[in-house]
Design a binder for this molecule. Structure first.
Ligand SMILES: [Zn+2]
Length: 458
């Protein structure tokens, strides 16, 4: 019985393909629905489906060194561990679509079923990981036909608009049915079923050689970035940087309200302070949102309001300034439209500050800067769901040079420098002791707050 069904399936697909590749996908989906029941177990074999506990949606969720709440309207799928809300995932066999190795390129990377609106992505490549950043401006339904969260973006004229963005990372030869796109009512006239423009779909597709891809630890809440740096002999060298913000706590009214359960996100509302609040790290090294490419792997995202002063992490020279862009938010078309400043540090490393505020740079190319100097203000420009600073380090200024792990040197209390009272000094000392490790350095991890003294958990 099953054999007969398979034969019919193949017949239908090749017939469909003569019309268009998208049609082939559509036919395949119909058949897959039939096959799904028996093949569901097989999915686990190939992609080790280990769903994460996703019940507490309301609370802060850190996954893959990324704070999920930091990107409203963005939905992340790493194919080695896909979330439960997707419609389905399977191995891609060209022959299932009536294709051979010669004709497999006819299969589109991204397709939308004209009837159901099913959004499908395929990685036909035999060894590369394929990444997709896809934005649509329409209503989106998940596998249970529930509305998926949308988010906001800002266009070149400063106008805000709503969209939904998918971050999809597919292993070689994999096919994923993501969700259902809903055709806007005004277009329900069957005028052109194959015209995907009604969904305003925008995509950016890139390949990563499998050897360069480090799978984010999607199930891990605590990600030890510090371990990554222990592999480097010259830790002193790579962690000798000043935190790029001055939080300047007023600790005259210290609070001792931290408990172990909410230690990482504790933010005391009744403690008075001057300057800026402790800084939330929303994505750390190997973050599953945007930090899994070689050129971003060792980047850190630090959330702060637009116009927060940003400091030089060490002495150096300004080598590049980009500050004309204005777009913002979660739309994939913003991926390469950031503002940034790059310094060549005197230790030979290059540090890049990204998403900075338009026209906020206070230095120019060639200028010398000193450790701790205010060089620009933070912003929200580029592919930037919420205002934050993305900071990363390279040992070359070449385009797409790999990032290198780095950390910050914990500020040591200078007697009488900032806080005159004994009470303040002892409070800062307590703060230093309560940091995650009795270490001179710290590497921010997603979901935790930091100051120049390290992990903040007052
Ligand atoms: Zn980042």
């Amino acid at each position: 019985m099953q054999v007969v069904e398979e034969a019919v399936v193949k017949g239908e697909v090749s017939e469909g393909l003569s019309k268009s590749p998208a049609h082939a996908v559509k036919q395949s989906k119909k058949n897959k629905k039939k096959k799904k029941k028996k093949s569901k177990k097989n999915r686990g074999k190939i992609f080790s489906c280990a769903p994460t506990t996703d019940k507490k949606r309301e609370g802060p969720v850190v996954r893959g060194n990324f704070l999920l709440q930091a990107a409203p309207g963005c939905h992340i799928i790493h194919g080695i561990n896909p979330p439960k809300w997707i419609v389905g995932m399977d191995t891609f066999f060209a022959e299932d679509f009536g294709l051979s190795s010669d004709t497999v390129e006819q299969m589109p990377d991204i397709s939308i079923d004209p009837e159901s609106g099913l959004l499908t992505c395929v990685n036909k490549h035999e060894s590369n990981i394929r990444t997709f950043y896809i934005s649509v401006s329409c209503k989106v339904l998940d596998a249970d036909l529930k509305d998926m969260e949308n988010g906001m973006a800002r266009d070149i004229d400063g106008k805000a608009f709503s969209c939904v963005t998918f971050v999809v990372v597919l292993p070689p030869q994999a096919l994923i049915d993501i969700c259902y796109l809903q055709r806007p009512l005004a277009h329900d006239d069957n005028s052109d079923l194959m015209d995907n423009s009604v969904y305003k779909l925008y995509s950016d597709v890139q390949d990563i050689p499998t050897s360069q891809y480090v799978p984010p630890l999607l199930n891990s809440v605590s990600y030890s970035a510090v371990n990554m740096l222990k592999a480097i002999d010259e830790k002193e060298k790579y962690c000798n940087y000043t935190f790029p913000f001055k939080v300047f706590l007023d600790l005259s009214k210290p609070t001792n309200s931290h408990s172990n359960s909410d230690k990482t996100l504790a933010r005391s509302s009744n403690s008075s302070r001057h300057g800026i609040d402790p800084i939330l790290c929303s994505q750390g090294f190997c973050g599953c949102f945007t930090h899994f490419f070689q050129a971003t792997r060792h980047a850190i995202d630090l959330e702060c309001p637009v116009s927060t002063p940003i400091l030089a992490v060490a002495d150096g020279t300004v080598v590049e300034v980009k500050q004309d862009n204005v777009v913002s938010g979660i739309h994939a078309s913003n991926l390469y439209k950031w503002n940034s400043i790059m310094l060549k540090l005197d230790d030979g490393q290059f540090v890049e500050y990204v998403h900075i505020e338009t026209n906020s740079v206070m230095v120019k190319v060639g200028d010398r800067v000193q450790r701790g100097q205010h060089i620009c203000n933070s912003g929200d420009v580029g592919f930037c769901p919420r205002p934050h600073l993305h900071i990363q380090m390279h040992n070359s200024d070449k385009k797409d040079a790999p990032t290198i792990p780095f950390g910050f040197k914990r500020c040591i209390l200078a007697p009488n420098a900032m806080h005159s009272s004994k009470a303040d000094n002892s409070a800062i000392e307590d703060l230093q002791k309560s940091a995650d490790e009795d270490d001179a350095y710290f590497i921010p991890e997603a979901g935790k707050f930091y100051t120049e003294y390290g992990l903040y958990c007052a």
